[in-house]
Design a binder for this molecule. Structure first.
Ligand SMILES: Cc1ncc(COP(=O)(O)O)c(C=O)c1O
Length: 388
């Protein structure tokens, strides 16, 4: 690694605003005392304003996967019929967690790079059941695709109205449009290290009254991830186990920054950076992985040129100060992913495109100097409505 501050463009953990970094260094407080209760209550209220929900929101000290596990063990029982809709590695993981705990999981997989098709979901739901829950991923980080959650949720409600809708919104919520109550979602999981501009360590889970009813009879084994225990503790401003207090301090500040910017402006900024990255990469000759109709505005995946090794490609990027993510599963070594969520500006993604342009020239690829950065900038300005 060179001595310059790297441009951390992975899809989480994302870079932190200075005020958030500083907040993490604060002295500890008594997590059973009044200061913590005030902090947690205020954080929860603000999380609800970004979840767009009146449901309970609970804070679990865990990676996002822990939040997903809490959703499985708190509302389901072994033998429950569950539909796991998957469009990539994280959809597969969610289905696997349910399987490990003994749910009877039917997996409905779509080709990587594609979104889930509500018509197919309807068809599979009609053919089986009775369904206890449907699992789906909002933003599939491994393929850079955002699922049409509103349409998928509507399809489930039409065919299997009793099924709980459980959504992994870890890498999209807080960055791109997401409407928990309007879409009728029962359980929604997110993670601190993504759009929230906070270090890793916290997972957030919203829970509808319908899901709490299911919790009362859910028989999956659970202890640490029991959300009912989290709800009871939250009622007195606490958590059942010692929380990641330092990350809560960070979240407190990050939520203020998000509120200052406003939800619409945040969504617009992500639309602009997403458009910029896609325009820049295609101008450089990269083929994008995602179906353009469902391309994510928080992460973009592109194929590495066939005659170039991932290691060589990544080594060159890192030397120029750009840190990207590689492919997952079958896409390992074949694609790279650029994260653009949370604390991200248009200049930050233009920098990434500039580094990629230099790298492509070093690799002897025919690119027009400056064209990709210009295309990216124009795409961003168009998304912001500043240019026709
Ligand atoms: C969509 C999605 N689900 C689940 C996870 C898992 O989160 P964690 O790595 O925090 O366990 C991630 C992390 O990248 C994700 O992007």
């Amino acid at each position: 690694m060179n001595r310059f501050e790297p441009n951390l463009r992975i899809p989480g953990p994302t870079s932190l605003p200075d005020a958030v970094r500083e907040a993490g260094a604060r002295q500890m407080v008594n997590h059973r005392g009044p200061e913590f209760a005030v902090l947690q209550n205020s954080i929860i209220e603000r999380l609800k304003s970004f979840y767009l929900t009146a449901n309970d929101v609970l804070i679990v000290t865990a990676a996002g996967t822990g939040g997903l596990e809490s959703a499985i063990v708190s509302f389901l029982s072994p033998g429950d019929k569950v539909l796991g809709i998957t469009i990539g590695a994280f959809g597969d993981r969610f289905a696997k967690i349910a399987t490990v705990y003994g749910a009877e999981v039917t997996k409905l997989s779509f080709e990587w790079g594609q979104a889930a098709d509500p018509a197919k979901v309807r068809e599979v739901l009609k053919a089986g059941g009775p369904w206890k829950a449907v699992l789906m991923t909002h933003n599939e980080t491994s393929t850079a695709v955002t699922n049409p959650i509103a349409d998928l949720a509507a399809a489930v409600k039409e065919v299997a109205p009793d099924a709980l809708l459980i959504v992994d919104a870890i890498s999209g919520l807080g960055a791109v449009p997401f409407k928990t109550d309007e879409w009728g979602l029962d359980v929604v999981v997110s993670g601190s290290q993504k759009a929230w501009m906070v270090g890793p360590g916290l997972s957030f889970v919203s829970v509808s009254p319908r899901a709490w009813e299911a919790a009362a009879t859910a028989k999956m084994p659970k202890f640490y991830f029991d959300l009912a225990a989290h709800k009871t503790s939250a009622e007195s401003g606490q958590t059942p186990w010692t929380p990641a207090v330092g990350v809560m301090f960070q979240l407190d500040v990050a939520l203020n920054l998000m509120a200052e910017e406003g939800l619409d402006a945040i969504w617009k900024r992500h639309e602009a950076v997403g458009a910029a990255v896609r325009a820049g990469l295609t101008t450089l000759g990269f083929k994008l992985l995602a179906d353009p109709a469902f391309a994510s505005n928080t992460v973009t995946g592109a194929w590495i040129p066939e005659d170039v090794e991932w290691k060589t490609f990544n080594g060159k990027l890192r030397k120029l100060g750009l840190v990207v993510a590689g492919g997952q599963g079958a896409l390992k070594g074949k694609i790279f992913r650029i994260g653009h969520m949370g604390h991200v500006t248009i200049p930050a993604v233009l920098n990434a495109i500039a580094v990629l342009e230099q790298t492509m020239l070093e690799l002897g690829k025919p690119v027009t100097p400056g064209a990709a950065v210009a295309a990216a900038q124009v795409a961003a300005l168009k998304a912001l409505g500043l240019v026709k």
